[in-house]
Write a new protein. Sequence first.
Length: 489
Amino acid sequence: MSFTLAIVGRPNVGKSTLFNRLVGKRLALVDDQPGVTRDLREGQGKLGDLRFIVVDSAGLEMADDDSLQGRMRRLTERAVDEADICLFVIDARVGLTAADEYFAEILRRRARHVILAANKAEGRAGEAGAMEAYSLGLGEPLRISAEHGEGMDDLYRALLPLAEEFEAANVQQQPETDVDIDEDADEVPDWEPTAEKPLQIAVIGRPNAGKSTLINKILGEDRLLTGPEAGITRDSISVATNFMGTPIRVFDTAGMRKKARVTDKVEKLSVADGLRAVRFAEVVVVLLDVDIPFEQQDLRIADFAETEGRAVVVAANKWDLEEDKPAKLKELREAFERLLPQLKGAPLVTVSAKTGKGLDRLHHAILKAHEVWNRRITTARLNQWLGAMTEAHPPPAPGGRRIRLRYMTQVKTRPPAFVVMATHTDKLPDSYARYLVNGLRQDFDMPGTPIRLTFRDQGTKNPYRHKADKINQSGALSKHKNRQKPKGS
């Protein structure tokens, strides 16, 4: 049973709390102040045996202009138009307001099915407000408490007949088709993106860099809230789409300012949500403003993505506004190599989120970074390479004690991680480790991706020492027995 349930209502009635309850995770930001949610957030809802897509929307505001509130309202109205069912939430403790009555009229005109829920109705405090909701003419209100999970069985009973209706309609619409299975087709590597396992991409950067605008251009629709105001995005919104033939799930994140400037509680929650999105992602696109690229905060953001072990692509936005493009591109590349040596060789592309120019370059860079991030090298090739590297540049011999690099293998991918068995690893300088990492990047075509290189001390142990120990132990035991024998025996 699959359908879409949109949670709508005026600000601060508990929509995001109910969304988190239905998806079973704290995905949406929740705070006491109204208007925290601004974009449409989707999740996989679960209620009993029902499975559905649930959409958390911004609070409906009585604004029709191009203000931030007006743009938020238009997004919510689009969610109403596209949803199979609208769950209209009111605050039972506050009671009905003029805004509730106004939006009830909108839902009567635009929504296919409406379920009315009086939230915060636990105890006797919300009884009067729940009774008032009858006057909206949207049927019997469900008394629920999203925070405490009360009334979820009533919501299930209200959804069940509608879900069965949608399922019956879908069965009738689906044509019977014969599917030919090509058994000789090449198997797709398990890391390549598929519809079931799309490529996870997070777009991060400073406020007003154009992250939401870029994602809207990739989606081909105005799915995310945008505007001239900095810091519009608060939640880390993920949207599934097909990017030039590649199934992806892209995360839009809140703009990240310097830590000292972040004082608002909601902004702190937003930044933390964005950092969590980076940890879920496979490829991170660090979006720069071409007018002020590589500021200190940009460098911190890029370094965080590398530290988390994500594949990184750097994109310079607003390229359409640049006049001397060749000179600017040269300046960007020089600054990139100088300021972010830990990402040496990572893709740097120029895009225009406004016009869509450069999206093909961005797509190619993302796929290349993802492929390198998943690259595996055989142990035989690694050890041949290690022998050539040590012959060309032997490790130092501090204090006359020679360091031997005996064996190398790759222990994981995503990002590539290698272990070298060696002697006296505590004496090996960091410069030699960098020499090997740079060699791996160059010789195995792994530009930009984080590479983890670990040295394990094998020491100079005798491989036959355990046998010698056994012989010594047996000899000592024989001597002990001879001492215990009485004289004359």
